[in-house]
Design a protein around this ligand. Structure first.
Ligand code: GLN
Length: 507
């Protein structure tokens, strides 16, 4: 292994098929990489290499399962049988699921080998992986910066050569934004395409699981592994698996591209604008047509999301009382009588357990959500936010008659410094401005690498041409900038094809 980003599922599958590589060696190689860099990156909440190599001697190449033997990382809010799953939260510390999420069961059925559970913002709330009870994950391209979030551990694991595949969950950008910050590919499928069974809920009307990989083709393979009917998720649109490879290499000369105009926005970093302009020029030469689009409700989406998501949080997280898992408060030690029949004591017990079990951002969301749903405020906040969501959906539905793909930056800024956005929650929320509309409208979207920016000694960055990957040991300061593509619901075929066409000429 001679650098970052060189683990590609397809390439590895080919080596396994030819007998040039045995999964035992591949898993060992990943284990070595984890040993070498994990202390600097903190991408994994726990490693499961022992399980990954179990009965590996019996492994045989099976053409029906071409990825059998390939390592993957699972986000720590996705249930894995017999392996602790704590959402990077104290309140779930020690929770060992007795069952696997559908996505995890399918990955295992396909023969993938789980090597670890990845760090994340607590219960997926955040955009930097700093709100983790187990400490932040660092960006493999510059360990002074964040990897994005909330699936930052998954993205950092893929970007640093720990595994060619990691799953993340995307409620409002948590797969795409960390993929952009780490120079990977991150795919958010259409809401209802991938089963949410076994995903510990954040905001159920928005949550989707998606893969983070090093190539668009690998993302397509991973999606084909995890999608498809599942009786356990009633919000799933029960449709058969698709074969994205029938069209993925067909170019995009038949696709109409809509460009989200970002030139006016003073909150978009100039290097992001510059990189985006270059990418727009490329699409001009490759798409059927290019037109600027605007979304009237765009400026209201952030506010609406930060009402709707916390409202769902306040109900989804009500079940965690800190009694079965996590350290619970000992009332006796505080000199109180424990009387479980007395509501006051029990409430006190819950309150204290929840107070110490949840971190500050989760607490803030529960309070925001409870407030927004409370009588008297429901109409003023929650209902108005839902109206914004409906309006956005209607606007986007209309847009799809004029364009097939929308392009935009993934994030308004390149990866930011650790601790620079944790002081002011609103600052952190700003990182999500380009990734919320897809979640709110239920559209699929993908983030691919759209360029690189170099940091000089003063921390000032400029765009650079070279896209060459660096070895972690001899790295130079170069930061990825993401490009995001979005399509209408269930049009992942076009989405992956357009992204692949772009990637073919850029990576
Ligand atoms: N950053 C967003 C939030 O904090 C989205 C997180 C996510 O998609 N899980 O809510």
């Amino acid at each position: 292994m001679d650098g970052l980003n060189d683990l590609k599922m397809e390439k590895l599958a080919d080596e396994l098929k030819r007998g040039a590589l045995h999964p035992r060696n591949l898993i060992q190689q990943c284990n070595k990489q984890v040993d070498r860099i994990e202390s600097a990156i903190n991408a994994l909440n726990r490693e499961t290499f022992d399980r990954a190599v179990a009965r590996i001697d019996e492994w045989q190449y099976d053409p029906a399962r071409p990825f059998s033997g390939i390592p993957y990382v699972q986000k720590d809010n996705i249930c894995t049988t017999g392996i602790a799953t704590d959402c990077s939260s104290m309140i779930l510390q020690g929770f060992v699921p007795p069952y696997a999420a559908t996505v995890d069961a399918r990955a295992l059925q396909a023969g993938f080998r789980l090597i670890g559970k990845s760090n994340m913002d607590e219960f997926s709330m955040g955009s930097s992986t700093e709100y983790s009870a187990w400490g932040p994950t660092m960006n493999p391209w510059d360990t002074g910066r964040v990897p994005g979030g909330s699936s930052g551990g998954s993205a950092a694991a893929v970007a640093s050569g720990m595994a060619p595949l990691a799953f993340g969950s995307d409620t409002g950008g948590s797969v795409r934004q960390p993929a952009a910050f780490c120079g990977c590919v991150g795919l958010r499928p259409t809401y209802g395409r991938v089963s949410r069974w076994g995903l510990i809920a954040f905001a159920s009307s928005l949550d989707q699981i998606g893969p983070i990989t090093n190539t668009v083709r690998d993302a397509a393979h991973a999606l084909m592994v995890i999608e498809g009917p599942d009786e356990f998720d009633s919000t799933l649109v029960q449709r058969p698996k698709e074969n994205y490879f029938e069209t993925i290499e067909n170019g995009m000369s038949d696709l109409r591209v809509g460009v989200l105009d970002v030139s006016f926005a003073d909150w978009v970093d100039t290097r992001v604008k510059e990189s985006f302009e270059k990418n727009v020029a490329w699409f001009d030469g490759h798409a059927k047509s290019l037109q600027e689009i605007s979304i009237k409700s765009f400026d209201m989406i952030l506010a609406a999301y930060y009402i709707i998501a916390p409202a769902e949080v306040s109900s989804n997280l009500a079940r965690f009382d800190g009694i079965q898992y996590g350290p619970s408060v000992d009332l006796k030690e505080e000199g109180k009588e424990v009387d479980e029949n007395t509501a006051a004591d029990l409430m006190d017990f819950y309150r204290k357990n929840r107070g110490q079990g949840f971190g500050p951002e989760v607490t803030r969301r529960i309070m925001l959500g409870t407030f927004a749903l409370s009588s008297g405020y429901y109409d003023a906040y929650y209902q108005r936010a839902q109206k914004v969501r409906s309006r956005l959906r209607a606007e986007m539905d209309k847009l799809w008659t004029d364009v097939d793909v929308i392009i935009s930056p993934t994030s308004p800024t390149p990866p930011f410094m650790l601790e620079s956005a944790t002081v002011d929650p609103y600052e952190m929320y700003q990182a999500d401005r380009f990734v919320l509309m897809q979640a709110m409208a239920g559209c699929p979207a993908i983030s691919v690498n759209g360029g690189w920016t170099e940091i000089d000694d003063d921390g000032v960055t400029k765009l650079v041409k070279s896209k060459r990957r660096n070895c972690f040991g001899k790295y130079t300061k170069r930061l990825p900038i993401g490009l995001q593509l979005t399509t209408a619901p269930f049009m992942e075929g076009n989405l992956l094809r357009a992204a692949r066409t772009f990637e073919r000429e850029h990576v």
